[in-house]
Design a protein around this ligand. Structure first.
Ligand code: MN
Length: 763
């Protein structure tokens, strides 16, 4: 068990021989870096000591491969870089992990930092190891993203979501542990950042995975970096206490062992003290001084089997007085992370309170090494099938444990729990500022935008994923950094987004925004109709006056009146009559009789500058408003357009050059300012009509159809009429994206020898 460099036994020995440092001296690092680099045979020996069937050839090949791949690279300390993966592998041998894990540990930095590729590793070491190394590469890339410590819980979930093999996490923790042990050569700023991250994310992760030794070492190493003075104080106090109570601890150990032996029980007994970081946090949490901490010392009694544990408990309880309320039996009722042990506190020699943990060797291994030992003891080194089973068992166990331990008393408890149950169904992404957003798997940028803020969702017009432009409908991947581009010009999202969004929050927000936008549009339309009528009738309109008339219109607000007029539910003349009871509907006054209105429209835009309050956006046929396009060659985006209102029916959109507009010249109140508002990320087709005069020769029609198809035009209908023996006139209804598209098709048709003339038809 070389992993526990600071194991209780070794620490005990150390405190007996090392003098307590004077108060002024600098703190000793929690762990001294290894002085001699590990060798190839050391590693193989370590693995063979717990796994006699290890594939030595595989280990040796991985050793050589990684050493060559890292070549002359060096670490901040000046050591060869290869010493790092080697030490990481060594840490994992203490967890008695399988060959694939040890090999993957040796290779863990090769894809990211050397010429090695996933394909090559697959080829040389097989798919299983390739997948492990790839998993670590993904986690490493994730580290480059900026972080907010507040979201540590989500970040741990992200780590777990990305690492789909528990061995990836174990290697990652060993990697972090070795980096923490050897960080004295790093610049102070990165040392702090790494230590904070370790304390926020990796140490708790190790703890939640049940690996308490790993957690303690990570904590103490971080504590040393982040607050060297506090570390020094606590460490010195712990050391001096250990010195003072040295005989006491030895005495208790001896007495316990002897008593047990007398009763025919063989036991390993050793004293243990809490680590500096946990003492410090306890002092801070309870606002107590060092002296008031009663459980600085604990003893472990390790026995052969469960029966012996209970017999030992009986002996302890009859030897020393029991402190009430401290007895807990986690053997009969294990903790949710599978921790098993009996806890009791007695008043030992010298009236010292002594905490005892009584457990079997297996329970001790699980408590110390967590999942790795758990899997090892549970299934041993069985058949490949067995191993696979225990791996999936272990993984399920890990997720189960993390799920339960993550249950917290905060208000989001229920939500958190639900999320964890759908754990692998989640995807975790970052904002450019490093805020982490958790979304269901398959979620896209629209969901992300609404998760950030409803306002961001409503005004989203584009996005960048990991710095590259992407459509808003792009499905998100774990770790993506998403920048949502917004526009103030977009007040409401396209209603089609509702079908694209995956989250309830986004869908509800889109529906609400769309409904509000439609209401606003109808209200704007209604106000326009009312304004026109009042202007024509030369009567004064005032909001206050309409307010007084609301009961007569059976409406509760001006907005509602205007929306009702827009929808055609009430007439503008009803509004006038409600405000002026003696108002009589007059015959229409001619408007601009001298000059053709359509001619005017052709020269100015917008056509009616009367009130620029509400220009109705036209989003296409599937608009929220009842929008139609003029028959016989409607308008396509890019055309200058005008809307003709038929109250109660809706708006018909005409291109301003449409001859049909003449029919409405005498009804100026029906003219509406409209503009295109097309979402370019969701292309839509619009109907258009063209007239083609072509030379009568075999295959000419096919040529024309081919040109249209080649340029992505959809032909809906072709009507052919022979004008002369030489020419045919074709009326073609087709669907195009916009005016540019239509013009391109017309230009291509004109270039054909068989085509004599092409023109667009508008109504
Ligand atoms: Mn590494």
């Amino acid at each position: 068990m070389a992993y526990r460099r600071r194991s209780s036994i070794q620490m005990q020995a150390a405190t007996e021989t090392v003098a307590v440092a004077p108060a002024s001296s600098a703190a000793e690092r929690p762990v001294k870096p290894r002085t001699r680099m590990m060798r190839q045979y050391d590693l193989v020996e370590r693995v063979r000591s717990y796994n006699p069937d290890t594939n030595e050839d595989l280990l040796n090949r991985a050793y050589v491969y990684a050493m060559k791949a890292h070549g002359t690279q060096t670490r901040a300390s000046g050591d060869p870089y290869f010493s790092h993966p080697l030490e990481v592998a060594a840490i994992l041998t203490n967890l008695k992990l399988d060959d694939a894990t040890i090999v993957a540990a040796l290779l863990h930095d090769t894809i990211e930092d050397t010429e090695a590729t996933r394909a090559e590793i697959d080829h040389v070491f097989g798919h299983e190891i390739g997948a492990l190394v790839e998993g670590l590469t993904k986690l490493k890339r994730l580290e480059l993203v900026s972080r907010e410590a507040k979201q540590a819980e989500n970040l741990r979930k992200l780590l777990l979501a990305i690492a789909d093999d528990v061995r990836v996490l174990l290697i990652k923790l060993a990697d972090r542990l070795h980096n923490m042990r050897t960080m004295e050569f790093m610049p102070p700023a990165s040392r702090r950042r790494i230590a904070e991250e370790t304390l926020d994310i990796y140490a708790p992760l190790a703890g939640r995975m049940g690996m308490q030794e790993m957690r303690e070492e990570l904590e103490d190493l971080s504590f040393f970096v982040l607050d060297p003075e506090a570390y020094a104080v606590v460490k010195q106090r712990l050391d001096s206490l250990a010195e003072r109570n040295r005989n006491l601890i030895g005495e208790i150990e001896t007495q316990l062992s002897k008593n047990l032996q007398k009763n025919g029980i063989t036991a390993r007994v050793f004293g243990r003290r809490k680590q500096p970081f946990s003492i410090w946090t306890k002092m801070e949490r309870k606002s107590v001084g060092f002296e008031q901490l009663s459980d600085i010392y604990g003893f472990r009694v390790i026995l052969d089997d469960v029966g012996a544990c209970y017999r030992a408990l009986g002996i302890v309880h009859t030897t020393w007085p029991v402190v009430p309320g401290r007895f807990k039996d986690y053997i009969s009722t294990p903790k949710q992370n599978d921790y098993r042990s009996i806890h009791t506190t007695v008043i030992g020699p010298g009236k010292q309170r002594v905490e005892l943990q009584i457990r079997t060797e297996e329970m001790n291994q699980i408590a110390e090494f967590g999942i790795a030992a758990h899997a090892f003891y549970k299934d041993g080194a069985g058949s490949p099938h067995e191993r696979l089973k225990h791996e999936s068992n272990a993984f399920a166990w890990l997720r189960h444990t993390i799920g339960i331990l993550s249950e917290s008393s905060n208000p989001e408890e229920f939500l958190e729990h639900t999320k964890l149950e759908l754990f692998h169904d989640q995807v975790f992404c970052f904002t450019p500022k490093g805020k982490l957003i958790a979304l269901p798997r398959n979620a896209n940028v629209i969901d992300f935008a609404y998760a950030v803020h409803t306002g961001v969702g409503n005004s989203a017009v584009g996005c960048k994923i990991n710095g590259k432009f992407a459509p808003l409908s792009s499905e998100l991947q774990n770790g993506d950094e998403v920048e949502v581009l917004t526009s103030k010009a977009q007040s409401a999202p396209p209603s089609a987004w509702e079908a694209l969004a995956r989250t309830g929050k986004a869908r509800a927000a889109i529906r609400r925004a769309t409904r509000d936008a439609v209401r606003d549009q109808y209200a704007g339309l209604g106000r326009r109709i009312v304004d026109r009528l009042f202007a024509r009738a030369k009567i004064e309109y005032a909001d206050d006056k309409l307010k007084g008339a609301l009961p007569r219109l059976a409406r509760t607000s001006i907005e509602e009146v205007m929306a009702s007029v827009g929808r055609g539910e009430i007439k503008a003349s009803d509004v006038a009559r409600a405000m002026y009871p003696d108002y009589k509907e007059e015959r229409l006054v001619r408007y601009g009789a001298k000059k053709s209105l359509t001619a005017k429209l052709k020269t100015q835009n917008p056509p009616h500058p009367a009130r620029a309050t509400s220009v109705i956006p036209v989003r296409g046929i599937n608009s929220d408003l009842p929008v139609k396009f003029a028959p016989n060659g409607g308008a396509v985006p890019g055309d200058r357009i005008v809307g003709i209102v038929t109250p109660g029916e809706g708006i018909t959109i005409y291109p301003i050059q449409a001859p049909a507009l003449k029919d409405f010249e005498e009804e100026p109140e029906r003219w509406l300012d409209v503009r295109w508002d097309i979402d370019e990320t969701m292309p839509q087709r619009f109907p258009a009509r063209i007239l083609v005069h072509n030379v009568n020769e075999p295959g000419s029609l096919a040529q024309i159809a081919t040109v249209i198809a080649e340029h992505d035009g959809n032909i809906d209908n072709i009507h052919m009429s022979r004008q002369s023996p030489d020419f045919t006139e074709l009326t073609i209804d087709l669907e195009v994206y916009d005016l540019k598209h239509l013009s391109a098709i017309i230009a291509q048709l004109r270039a054909k020898a068989v085509v004599a003339k092409v023109e667009r038809v508008n109504g």
